[in-house]
Design a protein around this ligand. Structure first.
Ligand SMILES: *Cc1c(COP(=O)(O)O)cnc(C)c1O
Length: 402
């Protein structure tokens, strides 16, 4: 850990007194230490509308993270998905479906539905937890022109095979928009930032709970400068001409203060992603015998660590979570309920059997990850987790869950 990172650890406010190790401990750059830069924004009199701080941010993101291409910032990734999906399917989509995994966050489906599309849900791969390739191919063969866009999720920052999506896109003439919300900081198998050189737009989040933590922010990246220019106009009310809408639009612009936070986080992301990846390796070593997601890249910017509880304990996930909390350890369950289990999507999406997703979501528990955690903390979490999985279901533990 570098000195600056150690200092920010030492100065970090102590939170969640009930939980010694919370699931997520947001670490956005400290506005209170940015007096000069904030004064500069005040002096400029420019607070938004793709101002100078935002321009610097976009330039540095494209150069230092992706090494090429172009990007446009958005106020959050959900708006980025709405813009990218709308642009991809055109103003009057021919098909009605957005093909996506059921094992993703609600935002993926909500964004497609705001574009007037119906989510068509597929299953995931049992090892990588990424959308299942055979299922995607089968659904494309079955629905063909009815599918307006494919929206795969790079599950928990894991890297998708983007060349496979190139081939699917060419074979079926269907656009692809990638929900890479948790992937800023992930490095693929070839050693490049996940998504770099992609001509399909990728949407990343910089929400406070992601590894690249700000407050609310997002970004859309791809190699196609014209596409990014169009998304920029769409994110500014569809103004393709001076104060005149020439296309669908909304307001998705990132404020200058938001851009300042992201510029500052950009300086730390290498170290943060490295630290998180190293903690993940410790988790895997200490919980050998447990099932983790198989990572396909060289480095993952982990937001938390999802692991499956042993089958014998799967009837008592709530008990495991409660026993962890009793020992001061926070946990969560992502993505539970998965899309097909959420009332709004159950009614409005189309899906068949999703056996892998169902099995995963019955057993998945997400364990703590943060910039502040040390090897000692991971050891404590792993000890607590082993005990929580081994413990018999007692009345007391059950009562504690309520
Ligand atoms: C976090 C997340 C989002 C939403 O990102 P926001 O910036 O909060 O809108 C969308 N999809 C996935 C998979 C996410 O993890």
């Amino acid at each position: 850990m570098s000195r600056s990172m150690r200092e920010s650890v030492a100065q970090a406010p102590v939170r969640s007194p009930g939980l010694r190790i919370p699931l997520i401990r947001p670490n956005p750059p400290r506005l209170s230490a940015m007096g000069d830069d904030l004064s500069e924004i005040e002096r400029s009199g420019i607070y938004s509308n793709y101002g100078p701080v935002n321009a610097r941010l976009e330039e540095r993101l494209a150069a230092s993270i992706f090494g090429n291409g172009a990007c446009v910032t958005v106020a959050n990734a959900t708006l980025g998905l709405m813009l990218a999906i709308k642009q991809a399917v055109g103003w009057r989509p021919r098909g009605r479906y957005a093909l996506m995994p059921s094992f993703t966050f609600a935002a993926t489906a909500q964004a497609a539905m705001w574009c007037g599309l119906t989510p068509l849900l597929c299953d995931v791969d049992p090892q990588t937890w990424l959308p299942d390739a055979a299922e995607e191919a089968a659904l494309l063969a079955q629905w063909q022109d009815e599918i307006a866009v494919i929206v795969p999720n790079a599950t928990f920052g894991n890297c998708l095979d983007l060349e496979r999506y190139d081939r699917l896109s060419a074979q079926w003439g269907v656009p692809v928009v990638i929900d890479a919300a948790a992937s800023l900081g992930s490095i693929d198998a070839a050693g490049r930032a996940f998504g770099s050189r992609s001509r399909h737009p990728l949407v990343f989040s910089m929400h406070a709970t992601k590894a690249f933590a700000t407050a609310e922010a997002g970004l859309v990246y791809c190699t196609d400068q014209r596409l990014i220019a169009m998304l920029r106009a769409m994110g500014n009310f569809g103004f393709g001409q001076e104060r005149a809408a020439t296309m669908p639009g909304l307001n998705a612009k990132l404020s200058e203060v938001g851009a300042l936070l992201a510029l500052s986080k950009l300086r730390e992301i290498e170290e943060i992603a490295g630290h998180r990846n190293a903690l993940f390796d410790i988790y895997r070593a200490l919980l050998s015998g447990f099932t983790f997601q198989r990572m396909t890249g060289q480095r993952t910017a982990h937001q938390f660590v999802s692991v499956l509880i042993p089958e014998h304990a799967s009837g008592d996930v709530a008990g495991v979570v409660a026993r962890l909390a009793q020992s001061g350890i926070g946990s969560g369950r992502y993505f539970v309920p998965h899309l097909a289990e959420q009332p709004y999507f159950r009614e409005n999406a189309v899906f068949g059997a999703l056996p892998v997703t169902a099995a995963l979501s019955a057993r998945v528990v997400s364990l703590p990850m943060s910039d502040f955690m040390t090897r000692r903390d991971v050891e404590e979490v792993c000890d607590g987790f082993r005990l929580a999985c081994a413990a018999p279901v007692t009345r007391q533990a059950r009562r504690a869950t309520r």
